[in-house]
Write a protein that binds this ligand. Structure first.
Ligand SMILES: *[C@@H]1O[C@H](CO)[C@@H](O)[C@H](O)[C@H]1NC(C)=O
Ligand SMILES: *[C@@H]1O[C@H](CO)[C@@H](O)[C@H](O)[C@H]1NC(C)=O
Ligand SMILES: *[C@@H]1O[C@H](CO)[C@@H](O)[C@H](O)[C@H]1NC(C)=O
Ligand SMILES: *[C@@H]1O[C@H](CO)[C@@H](O)[C@H](O)[C@H]1NC(C)=O
Ligand SMILES: *[C@@H]1O[C@H](CO)[C@@H](O)[C@H](O)[C@H]1NC(C)=O
Ligand SMILES: *[C@@H]1O[C@H](CO)[C@@H](O)[C@H](O)[C@H]1NC(C)=O
Ligand SMILES: *[C@@H]1O[C@H](CO)[C@@H](O)[C@H](O)[C@H]1NC(C)=O
Ligand SMILES: *[C@@H]1O[C@H](CO)[C@@H](O)[C@H](O)[C@H]1NC(C)=O
Ligand SMILES: *[C@@H]1O[C@H](CO)[C@@H](O)[C@H](O)[C@H]1NC(C)=O
Length: 795
């Protein structure tokens, strides 16, 4: 009652003063450290800030957020549940735009962030699929830090929000998926580690990486792992993401689709998760209480808010027609499932009627709002962030940041072929270059999607022109390359050059949000262009591919006249510099493919709508990803060459794990191969093991750069489950490290795996460690180091 009374008084006072001074200007006088709880601003609007507990820093965020929510009328509350929250002027609460994006640089995709002459652009890093290929965790973390610094600077100038709906961490299950470029690839562990590092880079405030009370842990900006879950289909032969019902087994949920999200929440302490459009086994994830309240908030202990994909409540009602919902039903279901924020207008429009129809409780609304305001307190929206107050214009597009953009591309770029050591080229020999192909002068194509305005492009044409005389010919009008009109001038250029560099591939007209592919080929006449240019050239031909998803370039791999092939993802604003640095040997490539490069016929063997990772012998479907696909590939997952040879040897390793089980800990079955050895104790729950042992599998690898160039080597560590069981992955990534070695240098690299690294997910979705001979494999192919770890359980 007391609260109600003071509410009324405040309302009157403020209503009076707003007439003269609109509250929209509330924070505009804070050039350096804008924040809501400013005594001067409150006073200027006739409000005494000391009356508002939500502005009193001696209370916990929890108490303050509740105080704020309790002061609102229910009509005011629902106006704060959408991504464009209205604010409550009479309480001194300004509006807030929740939707900003920072996938690979501050983007202007959402309404929360924009550019103008004050900040005309921000650093645009490579698309995630390329940065992922660096397999460099510290790079991923650094990228997050630099992006959040630019974001904070823009926030200080009133040009960005503090809540960024990035990264996209859906596992690439199918090579046709249009949004592959946004993601770290097909391996759930690699995707999860990318998420943890990037999220921590965005969010962590130095010295506050961990906290006893995660609800009070300050954040630099808020990051969001999306789209939860089992989402990797846009629009394939008429099946679209809004109506697609992904039929997913619990085994695949645990093993693949949820894993990166679990790592993002548990290890990254991300402060937001976005649910996806697609149904999962008939239920829209945004309306699934088990997934939202149960798994994300309950099992994984999310501290933060859950947001819908944009207009997904409308999708439930309009496209999915789920349970014949009315709009009010849909709003009630998602609110009760644990969805805190609606990207859209359904919450703001239909929560009142839903409440009036008795479909939700007002306390459901309160819970959501408290989650939202605690988060806004953690990012300093209420109290300011002195640490970042000095950031401004000079901190965006700095020389160092632009250099990092080029470096991220250099670290990610993958050398796929290099016959006879054709690369690197020596600029004193290769003085005249033909630079051809639809991406030879690429600019916007290099930054892909979810981008902003870059500081400055360095196109391949710009970069190569610094090293050589360039004869430039696109060879196609654009990436679609619908006809051969321009092929001849490209051939002409190649005839007259010391070397020809063809820059081909895809762009957003071929793959992107809303656009899946139906084949894995280069579009239009591009293949023809490449073959004819290679055919006519009498000097070395080098092919550079821009793409997010995989392309069947077997024709080029097998073409003896094409000496070298490089995959450059979408390399960001400094892409040209990175490619030229690699081709002229100023940087020795070390990137590895984060995707299996399937042959083109893969897409004829399995429909995009089949979600299963394991092969289906009855339907003739091959398995998916390097874990379950055993056919031949154009290039396998993890592939990538260097200009220098490396030799890796095992120095020492723990080779067995013997665990005495407690009497109450049982053995679990795993299906064995026909005529396989019947282990008396096939497997034990990971959770049981963790409760009795913290033994680690540690080992040491000696790496030798036996060549005469400095180089970068990625060591990917796989676990190969014992071969006596069926239905398990052929191998799985459990660790990786990128190291840099001078010519002739030897380096010891240590790894430490926990027992969970030896685990598999059973048919019935248990996480189990099988007994028997596991193999640990470091690297692939001839140079791989392989050793056994024997796991044995006894009582
Ligand atoms: C905050 O609340 C505490 C405890 O009620 C009180 O002592 C203090 O004066 C308040 N601070 C402000 C700035 O109002
Ligand atoms: C850019 O937008 C910010 C925030 O609204 C504003 O303060 C600034 O004056 C704008 N700059 C220009 C040049 O319009
Ligand atoms: C939501 O409410 C606004 C304002 O009343 C109205 O203009 C708009 O049409 C509504 N949107 C829908 C989808 O009903
Ligand atoms: C490498 O060079 C040698 C000698 O010039 C040549 O015989 C051989 O065919 C070349 N190999 C490839 C793969 O180009
Ligand atoms: C390369 O692209 C830039 C930016 O689109 C354009 O201004 C320039 O004219 C192009 N260069 C050539 C030689 O076409
Ligand atoms: C070839 O394609 C370009 C661009 O798509 C178009 O402008 C041109 O008319 C086409 N030429 C022929 C001969 O079809
Ligand atoms: C590859 O997988 C298919 C489908 O499960 C299976 O029939 C075939 O025997 C496997 N081939 C090899 C070489 O393992
Ligand atoms: C790597 O070094 C070891 C030990 O010196 C040697 O036995 C082995 O042949 C080398 N392997 C390669 C691929 O060079
Ligand atoms: C990993 O990235 C960091 C940050 O950019 C960089 O300093 C380091 O050299 C990279 N490591 C390797 C081995 O390339």
């Amino acid at each position: 009652m007391a609260v109600l009374k003071s509410l009324l008084i405040t309302f009157t006072l403020f209503a009076f003063s707003t007439a003269a001074r609109p509250v929209k200007k509330l924070s505009s006088s804070y050039k350096s450290d804008p924040h809501v709880c400013s005594a001067a601003q409150f006073a200027a609007h006739g409000l005494d800030i000391s009356k508002f507990i939500f502005c009193n820093q001696s209370f916990s965020y929890q108490v303050r957020a509740k105080d704020l929510v309790d002061r609102m009328t229910v009509e005011e509350k629902v106006q704060q549940l959408g991504d464009r929250s209205s604010g409550v002027p009479r309480l001194g609460l300004p509006h807030y735009k929740w939707w900003s994006e920072a996938l690979h640089g501050v983007a202007n995709t959402g309404p929360g962030t924009f550019f103008n002459a004050t900040i005309p652009g921000a650093t645009s890093f490579p698309n995630v699929i390329l940065s992922a290929a660096s397999f460099n965790e510290s790079l991923w973390n650094t990228l997050g830090q630099v992006v959040s610094t630019e974001a904070r600077a823009m926030y200080n100038l009133g040009m960005a929000g503090l809540t960024f709906w990035s990264p996209n961490i859906n596992v690439v299950r199918d090579p046709r998926w249009g949004r592959t470029l946004e993601t770290p690839g097909e391996d759930p562990f690699v995707v999860g580690r990318y998420a943890v590092n990037y999220v921590r880079g965005l969010q962590d405030v130095d010295g506050n990486e961990y906290s006893e009370d995660p609800n009070s842990r300050p954040l630099k900006v808020s990051s969001c792992c999306k789209h939860y879950a089992a989402y990797d289909l846009e629009d394939w032969l008429g099946v679209n993401r809004w109506t697609f019902d992904a039929k997913v087994t619990e085994q695949d949920m645990v093993e693949t689709f949820q894993r990166p999200f679990e790592m993002c929440v548990k290890d990254g302490d991300v402060s937001s998760v976005m649910c996806s459009f697609n149904n999962i086994n008939g239920i829209p994830p945004c309306a699934d209480a088990r997934l939202l309240s149960g798994t994300i908030r309950g099992d994984w202990n999310l501290h933060g808010y859950i947001v819908s994909d944009c207009d997904s409540i409308e999708t439930i009602w309009k496209s999915q027609k789920w349970l014949h919902d009315t709009k009010e039903d849909a709003v009630a279901q998602v609110l009760k499932a644990g969805l805190d924020l609606d990207c859209g207008i359904y919450y703001t429009n239909y929560t009142m009627p839903s409440l009036n129809q008795g479909k939700v409780r007002e306390s459901d609304i309160d819970k959501a709002l408290i989650n939202l305001y605690i988060l806004l307190m953690r990012v300093g929206w209420f109290d300011g962030s002195p640490t970042y107050a000095s950031l401004g214009k000079d901190d965006v597009c700095t020389k160092e940041n632009m250099e990092l953009a080029a470096d991220a591309a250099r670290q990610g770029i993958v050398l796929l072929k290099n016959d006879n050591h054709t690369l690197p080229l020596h600029s004193n020999i290769y003085k005249k270059l033909a630079l051809v192909g639809p991406h030879a002068n690429a600019t916007t194509a290099m930054i892909g999607n979810y981008a902003g305005i870059p500081c400055k492009y360095v196109s391949p044409l710009d970069a190569f022109s610094k090293d050589a005389d360039v004869i430039y010919a696109m060879g196609c009008a654009n990436v679609k390359c619908k006809n051969e009109t321009f092929v001849f001038e490209a051939m002409e250029a190649a005839k007259n050059a010391d070397a020809t560099i063809i820059i081909s591939g895809l762009d957003l007209s071929i793959e992107g949000e809303g656009t899946d592919r139906t084949d894995l080929l280069l579009p239009g006449y591009q293949t023809d262009l490449i073959n004819r240019v290679a055919d006519i050239a009498t000097t070395p031909v080098i092919l550079v591919i821009f793409s997010g998803g995989v392309v069947d370039i077997a024709f080029a791999k097998n073409n003896k006249k094409i000496k070298a092939i490089i995959w450059a993802g979408y390399p960001g604003e400094g892409g040209g510099t990175a490619i030229a640095d690699i081709i002229f040997g100023r940087y020795n490539p070390g990137g590895r493919l984060p995707l299996t490069w399937y042959q083109a016929n893969y897409v004829d063997q399995v429909p995009m709508t089949s979600m299963k990772l394991r092969p289906d012998d009855n339907l003739g479907y091959p398995g998916r990803t390097y874990k379950f696909f055993n056919g031949s590939t154009v290039y396998p997952f993890g592939y990538g060459l260097s200009y220098t040879p490396f030799n890796t040897t095992l120095v020492s390793a723990k080779k067995s794990l013997d665990v005495k089980l407690r009497k109450y800990q049982s053995c679990h079955d795993l299906q064995s191969v026909p005529d396989g050895y019947l282990n008396p104790c096939p497997a034990v729950l990971v959770d049981d093991l963790i409760s009795i042992t913290n033994e680690k599998i540690d080992f040491e690898i000696l790496v030798h750069n036996s060549g005469c160039k400095k180089g970068n080597l990625v060591l990917i560590v796989y676990e190969v489950p014992p071969n006596e069981y069926q239905g398990l992955p052929s191998k799985q990534v459990v660790g990786f490290k990128r190291v840099s070695l001078m010519a002739g240098e030897k380096q010891s690299v240590k790894f430490e795996l926990d027992v969970k690294s030896l685990s598999v997910v059973s048919d019935s979705a248990y996480l189990l460690v099988p007994s028997g001979e596991h193999m640990i494999q470091v690297g692939d192919g001839n140079g791989a180091v392989i050793f056994p770890v024997n796991v044995n359980f006894y009582y």
